[in-house]
Design a protein around this ligand. Structure first.
Ligand SMILES: [Zn+2]
Ligand SMILES: [Zn+2]
Length: 360
C-alpha cells in the first residue's frame, strides 16, 4: 500500500510499504479520510520526536476490511474512527475513566520479536501516535478504533479522532465547564474551534475567541464565540479582563506557545482555571506570576481532552447529526496524499482550519 513515510525531519515521501494481516485482537481498516493535524507538522519539522522511519497521520476514519481472532466489537464493513492512541482498558487509570492517561499503551502493540504490522524496505515502520493513517490502510489493535454509524460522512467523522476530542474534551471533561461561566480560547484552529463549540454546548455565557487571523475569528463567531479578540492588534489579557469584568472563569490554550500559555493563565479570574491543550515543542518552562497564583487560580494540562473514547467519540458524532456540533465548517479543504507538503505549508500560513486527505 502507499503511505507517507518520514525518514528524519523534513524527509517525507510517498512510498510503497508492506502491511500484515490482523492477528489476535487486531483490525485492518481501509482509510477513507485523514485530517492534517498540527502534531503532524511538528513531527515533520522535528519539533516533536518521532521514530525513524515512521508513518504520520492520526486523525482518521475508514471502513473495517478484516478482523483478527478475538475481535467482537467490529466486523468487516463497519465504519470507524481511529483514535490517536491505544488504551489498554485494564490499568487503574483506564478503569477509573482516564484512558488518555493509560499506564500501559504498549500492551496493544506487537512485540519486537513479532512480525511488524507495517514495514518499509524490510525494516519495521512505526506509526506516530499509534495512528499512521497517511496511508491507504491501517492495521492496529481493536482498542485503537471506535465504531460510528454508517450514514456519517467520513471526512467529517475523521476530525473527531483528534481535534474534536482534544478541544471539546478539554472543556467538557478536563475542566468540566459549568453553565453561566465565562470562557476564553486562545487559537482558533481545529482544536480551538472544538473548544469554542463545547463551551457553547456547556452553556457558557461568554465565549471569547483569541487569534491573530481574521478568517479564523470569523469562523469562531459562526461556531459560538460571543466575542473575539484580534491579538495582532490588542493585548488579549487586557481585552478578556475587560469583556468579563475581571477575568475568565476558564481559559484554554490551543496553540502550543509559552507566551499564550502564560496569557491564558493571566487572563483568568480569581479561582479561575487555565487549561493548556497545545503541544509546546521542547517542553519549556512556563513562568507564572506568584501574585496571580495566590488568587487560587489553577493551571493544568489536558491530554486528548481527558476523553473517554468509547463514550465520547460517538457522542460528538451524534451531536453533529443533530446539528449541534459543526464539523462541516471545520473541513475547509480536501487534498490527496501526494499533496501533504502543500497542506503543511497552508497550515503554517493559517489558510485552513483543517485539510483532509481523501483516499479512493
Ligand atoms: Zn492531532
Ligand atoms: Zn490502560
Amino acid at each position: 500500500m502507499r503511505a507517507a513515510v518520514l525518514q528524519g525531519p523534513g524527509k517525507l515521501s510517498i512510498e510503497e510499504v508492506e502491511i500484515d494481516r490482523p492477528k489476535d485482537h487486531e483490525v485492518l481498516v481501509k482509510i477513507k479520510a485523514t485530517g492534517v493535524c498540527h502534531s503532524d507538522l511538528h513531527y515533520f519539522e522535528g519539533n516533536l520526536p518521532s521514530p525513524n522511519p515512521c508513518i504520520l497521520g492520526h486523525e482518521a476514519a475508514g471502513i473495517v476490511e478484516e478482523v483478527g481472532p478475538g475481535v467482537t466489537a467490529f466486523k468487516p464493513g463497519d465504519h470507524v474512527i481511529q483514535l490517536p492512541m491505544i488504551f489498554c482498558g485494564h490499568c487503574p487509570r483506564c478503569v477509573s475513566g482516564f484512558p488518555t492517561l493509560c499506564m500501559n499503551p504498549g500492551a496493544s502493540r506487537r512485540r519486537d520479536d513479532e512480525k511488524p504490522r507495517t514495514s518499509f524496505r524490510g525494516r519495521k515502520i512505526t506509526p506516530t501516535a499509534d495512528g499512521g493513517s497517511f496511508a491507504e490502510k491501517v492495521l492496529s489493535h481493536e482498542n485503537g478504533f471506535v465504531r460510528i454509524p454508517d450514514d456519517v460522512a467520513l471526512d467529517r467523522a475523521a476530525l473527531v479522532g483528534c481535534g474534536v476530542i482534544t478541544g471539546a474534551g478539554a472543556v467538557l471533561r478536563t475542566a468540566e465547564v459549568k453553565a453561566g461561566t465565562t470562557v476564553a480560547v486562545f487559537g482558533c484552529g481545529g482544536i480551538g474551534l472544538s473548544a469554542i463549540q463545547a463551551a457553547r454546548l456547556a452553556g457558557a455565557r461568554k465565549v471569547i475567541a483569541v487569534d491573530v487571523l481574521e478568517n479564523k475569528l470569523a469562523a469562531a463567531r459562526r461556531l459560538g464565540a460571543t466575542d473575539t479578540v484580534d491579538a495582532s492588534s490588542a493585548d488579549p489579557v487586557k481585552e478578556i479582563r475587560k469583556l468579563t469584568g475581571g477575568g475568565a472563569d476558564y481559559a484554554f490554550e490551543a496553540i502550543g506557545l509559552v507566551q499564550t500559555a502564560r496569557q491564558a493563565f493571566e487572563c483568568t479570574a480569581t479561582r479561575g482555571t487555565a487549561v493548556i491543550i497545545g503541544a509546546i515543542a521542547g517542553s519549556p518552562e512556563i513562568p507564572i506570576p506568584y501574585g496571580l497564583l495566590m488568587g487560587e487560580r489553577r493551571i493544568m494540562g489536558s491530554i486528548l481532552g481527558s476523553t473517554r473514547f468509547v463514550i465520547d467519540a460517538p457522542n460528538y458524532i451524534e451531536l453533529y447529526r443533530q446539528g449541534r456540533f459543526n464539523l462541516d465548517e471545520m473541513v475547509t479543504r480536501h487534498c490527496r496524499l501526494d499533496d501533504l507538503l502543500e497542506a503543511f505549508e497552508m497550515m503554517k500560513r493559517g489558510e485552513v482550519i483543517r485539510s483532509v486527505v481523501l483516499y479512493d
